[in-house]
Write a protein that binds this ligand. Structure first.
Ligand code: ATP
Ligand code: MG
Length: 157
């Protein structure tokens, strides 16, 4: 019943929102501490649709490539060491407004600044070992999903 679309300003927000995809990663610190199940529960409980999931132990070259945008930052080599320290769990997620919605679910990069109830507040240790990753834009989400999954591996429909 969308005949009232034109001229109905009460539904403007609805039409502004779009189905988006984001890459999420449960990082090695959270996997090692046994938080993967609880974090996945939070993600699915927030209404994200799981399109694909796997477990992978990144090589140094892979971690450097994934975080190449940060290669000039002082924390880069430490970040790569952390991301290669054990297996992590990348997943492709889909939801309306997924980029902003997932970042709201996980909270600020530094768990000390993350809001109560967010994944990082509950499960992260510090600004580097911060439990999860999330894409920061639709374009980067698409590229990051492609880093871990082929189109065929994503749930269709
Ligand atoms: P992510 O991209 O992993 O979702 P983010 O977008 O919140 O996190 P970015 O600024 O993109 O944060 O940083 C990427 C990752 O690098 C962080 O999640 C964290 O693991 C690490 N990192 C960021 N800033 C610092 C820092 N100042 N010191 C140590 N590690 C950091
Ligand atoms: Mg980021």
């Amino acid at each position: 019943m969308n005949n009232s679309k034109l001229g109905n300003t009460s539904n403007v927000k609805e039409y502004d929102m779009a189905i988006e995809r984001t890459l999420a990663i449960i990082k090695p610190d959270a996997v090692e501490q046994g938080y993967a199940g609880k974090i996945l529960d939070d993600i699915l409980g927030a209404g994200f649709k799981l399109l694909a999931i796997r477990q992978v132990h990144l090589t140094q070259a892979e971690a450097e490539a994934f975080y190449s945008v940060h290669r000039e930052r002082p924390f880069f080599s430490s970040l790569v060491r952390f991301m290669t320290s054990g297996p992590c769990i990348p997943m492709a997620l889909e939801k309306e407004d997924a980029i902003a919605g997932y970042r709201a679910l996980i909270g600020a990069t530094d768990p000390a600044e993350a809001a109560d109830g967010t994944v990082r507040k509950k499960f992260a240790q510090n600004k580097e070992r911060n439990a999860v990753h999330g894409s920061d834009s639709v374009e980067n989400g698409q590229a990051e999903i492609g880093f871990f999954f082929t189109a065929k591996e994503l749930l269709q429909g």
